[in-house]
Write a protein that binds this ligand. Structure first.
Ligand SMILES: CC(=O)N[C@@H](C)C(=O)N[C@@H](C)C(=O)O
Length: 719
């Protein structure tokens, strides 16, 4: 066996150390709010996937932990779980491997420690796979604990070849003409919902009556609607949910909150009502204890993510009584406790998110450099920032029961911790007191002692409508005479943002002796709608200039080595780092680009989000009428490909062979041109999707990224 260089050994050891740190994957309180069930997730390098495990914490009235699980319980094969309203039952959808390639799904209902019901959903064959993803997935109990609802793939009609010799099988099966296999329909193209939702074509709402173990697909939705995020109405006579029309075509859903959709109410006997209006995109319907309904809403066009409204409907049974609880925020407003508030950008509310009297809503959303948590008065719309301010960091609410709030807290130097707080009386929320339930998992000293700085940056002499943006500088402690190599790191999207929360990637680079600057360039979310709207038609220009300004400012303010500048970014972040290495070939020394957009014009024909290409290049998306040459040229002109001949920095490309969002041909074409121009180039191809977050892909691409940087800077890792 070939021996690893000591450099590589250092990187591998650093990754191994960090991979053992768990993160909170979700947590719930019981009804009395004296017990927490938390799911933690940790990388399992031997299994090549994450292990999810559950731990319980029993609390006294002061929220001290008086008992906790001695060991975690592995719950990795639980796709979904839900405790019934009176805590009589727990429903679990479980997936088990059945032989090498096939899997089986079961619905289990536990009555305390007894397995009261177990249904083999695969064998029952009423529907296809149960959906457990973040867009469609849900599992909800009726108030009377007699039934549950969930979402699953619609059962596919049987089909067979036009010409087929068959043996006689009269034994079983529905032989009616309606159920007979359809000839010649086996190869009809069926569109799915794209990146990370592959194989999800058409969804149905499924109800299971517990006592009788009967499973029914609810009827009454139009054929061309895909329902998701369903929950029972408070009277148990129907469900509400989100539906995405499938016509004229499905565009990728993940990371895209701009898809046309409706909030609907459907009675169990099939009466349908649309609750939200036309032309909007909606998500996350939640009932208050008073039966009021809230949801998130934005316009169904433009940038893939943006500022949302919170809509309130007092009486869902009577339409046209919706009002706006929180509106789109253009730049900023003030909370009642004098904090800046830039609007709502979260993808959903916590499962339970109301005060016991239903008069206040609790939620979390990215805000500039942090995830912050808020209480909103449902009558007045007044907002109070209740984030945990023990140190700079991110607070995400996980559950709200009996006026007790459970949250996860972390920052770049300190991994996920559970915190709890009693919701103060109305008007006194700002005085909230957060109490830690768990200790922060230990991190290497260099990470724990690092500094995190928030930078407010501005193009002082610019006449642009938005001039400022922010960035996060994260660096290990350094002796006075020493200078650090710097990783310049723009996020993807482009309409998303970096926050001061723990991440393995940032910790790894930090441990190896790199400073990093994560840039929330103009166009990022969390800083007002005007900032989001600023970027479309300016990609490849202002976002690049913001990264350059951030680099220059870091060089002025911090001890970084101007000869050791690295570029790191994925997707739109990959677009930006390849732009930067082409536009400033003498500034940046080495590049790692993950699934980069290198040519928007060719991506337009192959991605699951063609609309993204049009919108970011400054055009309205349409597939009707003649193909626009002008648009094609604009998409090419904003792309890093036009600067590829100027690149000098050695470039590593990390690509996912199953990436539906930014197909790997983008990276391959770019790499071919780099090579033709004599630039040292390496391509890694992973059997993964756009996120490259499967355990084997993450491990390999992070270790190789760090190694690529160190090799080409000719410096040693710090560990
Ligand atoms: C909306 C979207 O997926 N855009 C891609 C081009 C992108 O940048 N993806 C983001 C989410 C990423 O960070 O991977």
């Amino acid at each position: 066996m070939l021996k690893m260089s000591s450099q590589l050994e250092n990187i591998v050891n650093a990754y191994k150390t960090l991979s053992k740190i768990p993160s909170v994957a979700g947590a719930k309180l019981n009804n009395k709010a004296n017990k927490i069930t938390a799911n933690w997730s940790v990388r399992n390098l031997d299994k090549g996937k994450n292990t999810k495990y559950s731990c319980n914490y029993l609390l006294n009235d002061e929220f001290s932990v008086i008992a906790e699980s001695e060991f975690g319980t592995d719950v990795s094969n639980e796709l979904l779980s839900a405790v019934s309203p009176k805590e009589t039952f727990k429903a679990i959808v479980r997936e088990e491997k059945n032989g090498k390639d096939s899997k089986k799904q079961y619905l289990e209902v536990w009555s305390k420690s007894t397995l009261a019901h177990s249904l083999d959903l695969t064998a029952l064959d009423v529907h296809g796979d149960v959906y457990a993803d973040s867009e469609f997935g849900s599992l909800d109990w009726s108030q009377d604990e007699s039934a549950i609802v969930y979402v699953a793939e619609k059962k596919l009609a049987k089909s067979e070849p036009y010409i087929k010799r068959k043996g006689e099988d009269k034994s079983k099966g529905d032989q009616s003409a309606e159920n007979a296999p359809k000839k010649g329909e086996e190869f009809i193209y069926r569109q799915d919902w794209g990146e990370q939702l592959v194989g999800k074509h058409s969804s149905v709402i499924v109800m299971c009556k517990i006592e009788t173990e009967t499973i029914t697909v609810l009827e009454g939705l139009p054929e061309d609607w895909c329902p998701g995020q369903v929950r029972f109405t408070p009277d148990g006579l129907g469900v509400v949910g989100v539906a995405w029309p499938t016509e004229p075509r499905r565009l990728g859903l993940i990371f895209c909150t701009n898809r046309p959709s409706f909030i609907f109410a459907l009675t169990l006997d099939g009466n349908l009502k649309k609750l939200s209006k036309e032309g909007v995109s909606v998500r996350s319907p939640r009932f208050s204890p008073n039966g009021e309904l809230v949801w998130l809403q934005r316009l169904a066009d433009g940038p893939h993510h943006a500022c949302h409204q919170i809509i309130r409907m007092q009486d869902y049974a009577n339409s046209d009584n919706s009002s706006t609880l929180i509106d789109i925020v253009e730049t900023e407003k003030e909370t009642t406790n004098n904090e800046k508030f830039h609007g709502v950008y979260c993808l959903g509310f916590p499962g339970k998110c109301f005060s016991a009297d239903g008069k206040r809503l609790v939620f979390s959303t990215p805000q500039q450099n942090e995830v912050r948590s808020y209480v909103v008065d449902v009558e007045s719309g007044s907002i109070v920032d209740i984030s945990n301010k023990q140190a700079k960091g991110s607070t995400s609410v996980l559950d709200v029961r009996s006026d007790v709030i459970l949250a996860a807290y972390s920052n770049m130097t300190s991994p996920s911790q559970l915190y709890i707080a009693r919701l103060p009386a109305q008007g006194s929320e700002a005085g909230i007191k957060w109490i830690p339930i768990t200790k922060p998992p230990a991190v290497p000293e260099s990470v724990a002692n690092s500094s995190v700085q928030y930078l407010e940056l501005e193009h002082a002499d610019s006449t642009d409508s938005v001039k400022s943006f922010s960035a996060l500088y994260f660096a290990p402690k350094v002796d006075e005479d020493k200078k650090l190599p710097l990783i310049v790191w723009p996020h993807g999207g482009p309409h998303s943002n970096f926050v001061n929360a723990y991440s393995l990637e940032a910790a790894l680079f930090n441990m190896l002796g790199f400073a990093s600057v994560q840039i929330n360039y103009r166009g990022s979310t969390g800083a007002g709608q005007a900032c989001v709207q600023f970027l479309p038609r300016r990609v490849g220009d202002t976002d690049v200039k913001d990264c350059k300004l951030a680099t220059d400012e870091i060089l002025k303010r911090y001890p970084v080595d101007a000869t050791k500048m690295c570029l790191f970014g994925g997707s739109h972040g990959g677009f930006l780092v390849t732009h930067l290495s082409g536009q400033y070939p003498d500034l940046y020394r080495v590049v790692v680009s993950r699934n980069p957009v290198t040519d928007v014009a060719s991506m337009f024909n192959s991605t699951d989000i063609a609309d993204w290409c049009a919108v970011e290049a400054g055009y309205e998306f349409t597939e009707q009428g003649p193909v626009s040459e002008e648009q094609l040229i604009a998409m090419r002109r904003c792309s890093p490909l036009i600067h590829v001949h100027k690149v000098k920095a050695p470039t590593a490309l990390m690509l996912g062979s199953g990436d539906k969002r930014v197909p790997h041909y983008q990276g391959l074409e770019y790499a071919r041109r780099l090579r033709a121009n004599g630039v040292p180039t390496r391509i890694y191809m992973y059997d993964d999707n756009h996120s490259l977050s499967s355990t084997p892909a993450e491990m390999d691409n992070l270790i190789n990224s760090a190694h690529w940087f160190l090799q080409h800077l000719e410096c040693r890792a710090q560990t």
